[in-house]
Every structure is written in C-alpha cells, then in structure tokens.
Design a protein around this ligand. Structure first.
Ligand SMILES: [Zn+2]
Length: 242
C-alpha cells in the first residue's frame, strides 16, 4: 500500500452525513493509502436532514445536534478520517466571517492535495450550494498573499464535486468514476452508522453498483463492483492524455 502520510485531503460536508453517502468511498480509499483526510462539517443538518431523530418523543434541537455529532464522528472514524464541526446552522447554513477565516486557515495549514465538496446547484437543498461556495471561495482566499491567515499560501489543489441526491436536477454530469470496490465494506459500515437517515443505505448501495457498472463500461476493468461519481471544477493539467 502506498504510504503518503504527509499528504492531506479536505472534504466539505454541509451536513452531518453528506460526506458518508457521497464521498465515503473516496475518504476510505485515501485513508487506506496513508493520506490524512480531514472532514469540515459545516452544520449538523439538525433541521433539514435528521428525520429519524425528530420522530423520537421530546426531541430538542440540542439533542438532535448531539445525536448527529455522535453519528458523524463514528462514521468518520470508520472511514479513517478526522472531522471538525463548525455548527453554522442549517436551513439556512450561514457560516460567519470568522468561520470562513478558519476554513482559509485549514487550507493554508493542511495544504490539501485535492478537495471534495458539493455540486454547484441543488434545488432540493440550498445548504449544499452554500457549502460548495464556501469551499471554493475559501480556496481562492487561501491563495491570496494579502489574506491574513495561518500557514502558507495555497497552490492550486483540484476540486472534485461529489454526486448530489438527484443529479439531473443539479446539472451534475459524472466526469470521474472512482473505483471504491476495495473499501466498499467500510463505506457500507459508515452508512449504517447514520441511524437518523437509515432509509438512504439501500439507495446509495444501488447507486454505487450502477456507477460501478458504468466504470467497467468506461474502462474495461471488470473487477470494479462499486464506484462514486465526481465532477471536476478546474481543468486537469497533464502531460499525457489518458
Ligand atoms: Zn446535506
């Protein structure tokens, strides 16, 4: 297994579980290769994405946050990642200027090899495009010599957008199919730890199979059983077509 312990990755998650469904395979894959994967969880999804928790009698917003924090922490641990919570609220997600500055510092201190975040559009959930914009804006600020933040100026890490729940409505078109077959068991275990949204486990298992079939069709690699789809934000820079 490749050992790249000095290399970092940043993953932006608008809510407590987004990173599990959409990028759990990528996170497990790179952590298994020795990368340090850091999830920046902008909110707990306490209002909009905690249906299961709100069915319990006597539930409060603080209790929902506690439940979601525990679930996310467990899922991140299963995937081999670190997680930082910002508690910027949901519906709407409103990161403060101080939070933006802290995210710029995350970029500068950790100098990620690449970044994963939400799609540009999502008419079903306005917090997801907000997380996209936070990730992209902070990346630009981190590149600016005059921005006051810890660490050193950022280079140009590529940004990959993970697949939204209803991709056609979000104008999401897969450009990268990542083979996650080798870490599928870990993604499944992480999904099953998100009890407040247990209804999504079958959905994302089936989606991974479909993307896996498409990965085989586009590569000829018959061993691929599970894949995740991503879209690039910036052009790939290369000396070779491949
Ligand atoms: Zn979400």
């Amino acid at each position: 297994m490749e050992n790249s312990s000095s290399k970092n990755i940043l993953v932006f998650s608008a809510h407590a579980a987004d990173f599990v469904w959409r990028a759990g395979g990528a996170i497990a894959l790179y952590s298994s290769r020795g990368y340090r994967v850091r999830i920046l969880c902008l909110s707990f999804g306490e209002r909009g994405e905690s249906q299961g928790a709100w069915k319990q009698p006597g539930m409060t917003i603080d209790r929902v946050k506690e439940i979601r924090r525990a679930e996310s922490t467990r899922a991140a641990s299963i995937l081999g990642a670190e997680i930082r919570f910002f508690d910027s609220g949901d519906y709407p997600l409103l990161p403060s200027p101080e939070t933006i500055a802290e995210i710029v510092a995350e970029y500068r201190v950790h100098q990620p090899e690449f970044v994963l975040t939400h799609s540009h559009l999502d008419p079903y959930n306005p917090d997801h495009p907000t997380a996209n914009r936070v990730a992209l804006d902070a990346r630009v600020y981190a590149q600016a010599a005059g921005y006051p933040a810890a660490g050193s100026e950022l280079g140009a890490p590529p940004v990959f957008l993970f697949e939204p729940h209803q991709p056609e409505q979000c104008e999401f078109k897969p450009q990268v199919l990542l083979d996650i077959t080798s870490v599928w068991d870990r993604k499944k275990a992480a999904m099953e730890s998100m009890e407040a949204q247990g209804h999504l486990v079958d959905y994302y298992t089936d989606l991974g199979k479909r993307r896996g079939v498409q990965a085989v069709r586009n590569s000829g690699r018959k061993g691929i059983k599970q894949a995740e789809a991503y879209e690039r934000v910036f052009p790939q820079v290369t000396g070779d077509f491949s």
